[in-house]
Design a binder for this molecule. Sequence first.
Ligand SMILES: Nc1ncnc2c1ncn2[C@@H]1O[C@H](COP(=O)(O)OP(=O)(O)OP(=O)(O)O)[C@@H](O)[C@H]1O
Ligand SMILES: [Mg+2]
Length: 240
Amino acid sequence: MENTYLIKTKDLVKTYRMGGGYLIALNQVNLEFKEGEFAGLVGPSGSGKTTFLNIVGSLDSPSEGSAVVMGREVESLSHKEAAELRNRYIGFIFQTFNLLPVYTVFENVEFPLLLLGLNAAERKKKVMNALEWVQLADRAKSRPAQLSGGECQRVAIARAVVKVPSIILADEPTANLDAENSHNILRTMERLNQELRTTFVFATHDEKVIRYLRRKITLVDGKVAKDEIIEQQDIKGDNR
Ligand SMILES: Nc1ncnc2c1ncn2[C@@H]1O[C@H](COP(=O)(O)OP(=O)(O)OP(=O)(O)O)[C@@H](O)[C@H]1O
Ligand SMILES: [Mg+2]
């Protein structure tokens, strides 16, 4: 990598046409994320958190400004190049989990691996590993409709981490989890972050998630209102 930032936005603006005018979802956002960060976007509903993750994840394009992800300017990528960037480097956990209902849990988690040219035995090992991380190995053959909301969320998390991507973009990953499962999942993500240097960018309202963050970025009306580093020594014990 020629630059030290995995993600860097410059004067990022996203506007949506609304009736006769415009709605400004992101307003001149300048943010940089280095390898190994465990960062979160917080802020009121409608402040632009999901919009930011979608642009950085090359699912959406900026109206103005730029977003450079893994050394590539997302706004200049073709559809195919954007898909390659996502497949190789990015894992998503969506606010709505986007599981494929006709496939089993195993197949849903296996999906990102199909694009990477691994053989069936390698895929199985990775899928079962990821399902063990979220404690759902015994539900591999179930379908999403047979799972609770929280279990679907955990499948979505397994799918995001299965290829051990450089960056995981997690939009409200604990929205459907109880306290115990939230902590289990967050500790798993923390372990991935520490052991594999996977960079995490969350969008969240959840105090439980916020307590794990090492950097907290507050968006208000599409602007960065605050960008705080939370020192490790502030994280006391493990009674979060
Ligand atoms: N496709 C769209 N068309 C029009 N407006 C949109 C579109 N997507 C998002 N917006 C608007 O952009 C603003 C930012 O939305 P965004 O989803 O990024 O907020 P958010 O911070 O993720 O909120 P929440 O916490 O509720 O998930 C909102 O006012 C929203 O209504
Ligand atoms: Mg959102």
